[in-house]
Design a protein around this ligand. Structure first.
Ligand code: SF4
Length: 250
């Protein structure tokens, strides 16, 4: 199966510096979609794509590694766990086509980062501004639990991605797993205990705006259906991210 497309959105690629970043993000996306490093995850993602959920029986599942998505000049980078079996593993775009994504993108729309609240498929017109969404692991894992070896296998992809997102100021970690991987890559030691709303400075820079990690509970149904994570709680995380990134308030 060949990749259908990469999901990097170019909002303003008029400058050559931006173009080179986009070229690199596209190359990275292609590498992710071709990757077969984790035997267990490759087997799982392809099994799910073959068997499908009844509600999506007519869909052609993606069934491959899922690249990041968003604005190459993003100031805010959102780090999730891994693709959902019938969400991104079906649609090929991170957080797209499942309830977690519905909750996330609606919040990004309310807080000025997305042009629309809905994320259904790769051609739905969704565009992010000043935000980029990625994940610590790029293939759907059984029970949403990658092994430590799978996490480490996939780490070079997010490491490279974060390095390419040179305008990034704030990293929003959705859940403990994303927080652990992001804070390890960003050199946060010792790592403060995860908690919703936690803000962790990364380093002091000479300019006025330092970089930060902001933690949020993951917008999984387990959290959103139980009220552990509400819409105002997630909106506040992105409002805080805007402030820390030096962006205009909404
Ligand atoms: S999880 Fe990452 S390293 Fe493992 S097969 Fe998928 S893309 Fe490759």
């Amino acid at each position: 199966m060949k990749p259908r497309s990469v999901t990097v959105v170019v909002n303003d690629a008029s400058e050559s510096a931006t173009l080179s970043v986009v070229d690199s993000l596209i190359a990275l996306a292609e590498a992710i979609t071709e990757c077969r490093r984790c035997e267990r995850l490759v087997e799982w993602r392809e099994k799910i794509a073959e068997e499908k959920r009844a509600a999506y029986a007519e869909d052609e599942y993606w069934g491959r590694g899922v690249p990041g998505f968003g604005d190459p000049e993003a100031k805010v980078v959102i780090v999730g766990l891994a693709p959902a079996a019938h969400g991104a593993n079906r649609t090929g775009r991170v957080f797209t086509g499942d309830r977690s994504g519905d909750f996330l993108f609606a919040s990004l729309h309310r807080t000025g980062f997305a042009n629309q609240p809905l994320a259904r498929h790769v051609d739905d017109g969704l565009a992010l501004h000043d935000a980029y969404v990625t994940a610590a692991v790029r293939c759907a894992p059984p029970a949403n639990k990658p092994t430590p070896e799978e996490r480490d296998n996939c780490r070079p992809y997010i490491e490279k991605e974060l390095a390419l997102l040179t305008e990034s100021k704030v990293f929003v970690a959705l859940g403990q797993f994303g927080y652990q991987v992001a804070s390890s890559i960003l050199g946060i030691r010792p790592r403060p205990k995860f908690g919703h709303g936690l803000v962790v400075p990364i380093e002091q820079q000479s300019d006025a705006i330092g970089r930060h990690v902001v933690c949020s509970f993951h917008p999984s149904q387990q959290n959103t259906f139980t009220g552990r994570l509400t819409e105002p709680m997630l909106d506040q995380v992105f409002i805080t991210a805007r402030e820390l990134a030096g962006m205009d308030p909404i």
